[in-house]
Design a binder for this molecule. Sequence first.
Ligand SMILES: Cc1cc2nc3c(=O)[nH]c(=O)nc-3n(C[C@H](O)[C@H](O)[C@H](O)COP(=O)(O)O)c2cc1C
Length: 267
Amino acid sequence: MSSKVVLGLVGSPNRDARTYQLVQAALAGAEEAGARTELVQMADHVVDACKDCLPWVCRDNLKCTYDDPAFELLSEKVLSCGALVLGTPIYWWDTSGMVRYLMLKMFRVYARQAPLNGLPAFGIGVAGGTGNGLVSGLRPVYHFFQMMRMRVLGPVPATRFNFAEAQEAIKARGVELGRMAEERRPFATDEERFLWYDELPYLGLSRQEERRLLAGMTTAAAGEDSGPRLAQQLVHADALALAGDQPAALAQIGRTYDAGVKAFESR
Ligand SMILES: Cc1cc2nc3c(=O)[nH]c(=O)nc-3n(C[C@H](O)[C@H](O)[C@H](O)COP(=O)(O)O)c2cc1C
């Protein structure tokens, strides 16, 4: 068993809501793999904005020049953990502000010396409203991991439409992360890291593909009455896309998505 904990950061102001539940699922998985875990509510430790101050001493002394107890606490926990789970709610197809402030300050202080090279990590974004941003909201988190050279596991797009499945898949990622926490494997070269990240699923999707993924989720969640009909509509959308008519394909995806949401909400 690793002596270091698997750290879960909850980046939502709502302490027991969806982000918390998914971070908790990942930590439960890590515990199954024998790891010790710790969950921290970022709402209790909101990092200040990086002031981009000069001279740029923090890149050498690895310490923010300004008094920022929240950053000191969170960065110390990240630096000393065996693996990291970072969870954010999706706000406007993007991360929450408190997650963004932590990442921006960590870029400034740690990206150059890369003390987190090889740290096992997993990002969670929960698009709990329309479902839009289920991929685009994860991208900043995985960009952060990449700049920090962490050794990540592929993301699991999560919305309110696939929440239970996402929870299960995230728990399984947690088991893997718990095992990875036993031994850190830093990247030897930038190329190795770039290729690792290029292999990750979902993050390279176009907006159209992201909408298609989401419409697939609302279709699956629509229930037995309308689900099969909506699945047919998506087959039609795929045929339009294959024939090169992307505007018509996207419009069809949008209609199917809308119908799926309606069916899901009336279940
Ligand atoms: C400012 C704001 C913007 C939001 N934008 C989106 C969005 O782009 N896509 C989405 O699916 N949900 C959006 N939501 C809904 C949240 O993702 C949803 O409430 C989620 O469950 C929040 O995470 P939590 O339950 O952990 O607090 C937004 C909520 C807020 C407050």
